[in-house]
Design a protein around this ligand. Structure first.
Ligand code: FPP
Length: 228
């Protein structure tokens, strides 16, 4: 969800105001994705590197998340959203941890859409935490394969993403889902996150539907023809 800061700066507003608008955009996009019967959506809200931001901004983001939960959790529950958290929130303020866990519990039986919010998430950190879990459970080297490894990741409950949308004009993945993105289609857009609306989502989905996904095969194989 990149571009909140620039969106605010161009309007002479504080960065936090940009994040507030970003939270509103997130609310709208969850609805739009759900209406399209897309079963999984993951939002990158706070990376393991975002701790390096000014203290005011980090605390402001925590307050915003708390406020978002207070305001939205009942509506999310009613609309069938099952909330998941990926990342390591153990270093977050205890009030926020409690609210987050309560929200996860409250929505656990919902099935309409699995909304994952990445909090203190970093792909490298996830791989290290996963490896630690595997070692601590005493798995042998021979018993480890890709499926077993993926089953220990934060994302074990979801399939690998089909589409990654990177807003804000940056062409990088910034430590997001490093394992899971192996065959994901990546859509880069200059649109700043607070401006990312239903039309922008539709453009990304249209682009995605034009992609030929080969997963290492040839075009002929994918189209069900014999190779020439
Ligand atoms: C990146 O934009 C955005 C973030 C680090 C925070 C994202 C958080 C939210 C949208 C709010 C809460 C989320 C939810 C799910 C309610 P940036 O600040 O790096 O923008 P810039 O590159 O323009 O400075």
């Amino acid at each position: 969800m990149d571009g909140n800061g620039r969106w605010a700066k161009s309007r002479c507003l504080s960065r936090l105001k940009g994040h507030e608008e970003g939270a509103q955009a997130a609310r709208r996009i969850v609805e739009a994705v759900k209406e399209r019967n897309i079963p999984y959506l993951t939002l990158y809200a706070f990376s393991s590197e975002n701790w390096n931001r000014p203290k005011d901004e980090v605390e402001g983001l925590f307050r915003l998340l708390e406020g978002f939960i207070d305001k939205e959790i009942d509506r999310l529950k009613e609309s069938g959203v099952c909330l998941h958290i990926i990342g390591d929130i153990s270093k977050f303020p205890s009030v926020l941890i409690e609210k987050v866990m309560m929200s996860v519990d409250k929505t656990a039986r919902n099935k309409e859409i699995h909304l994952s919010v990445a909090l203190n998430y970093g792909g490298r950190d996830e791989i290290i935490r996963t490896t630690r879990k595997i070692i601590s459970e005493g798995l042998t080297a021979d018993s480890l394969n890709q499926k077993v490894f993926a089953g220990y990741l934060d994302t074990a409950f979801m399939p690998d993403p089909d589409l990654l949308i990177r807003t804000g004009g940056e062409w990088r993945i910034s430590n997001f889902l490093l394992w899971q993105l192996a065959y994901t289609e990546i859509f880069f857009t200059d649109t700043l996150w607070p401006d990312f609306d239903e039309d922008a989502l539709e453009r990304a989905l249209t682009w995605f539907s034009s992609r030929e996904r080969r997963f290492g095969m040839t075009s002929e194989q994918v189209r069900g023809k014999e190779p020439v």
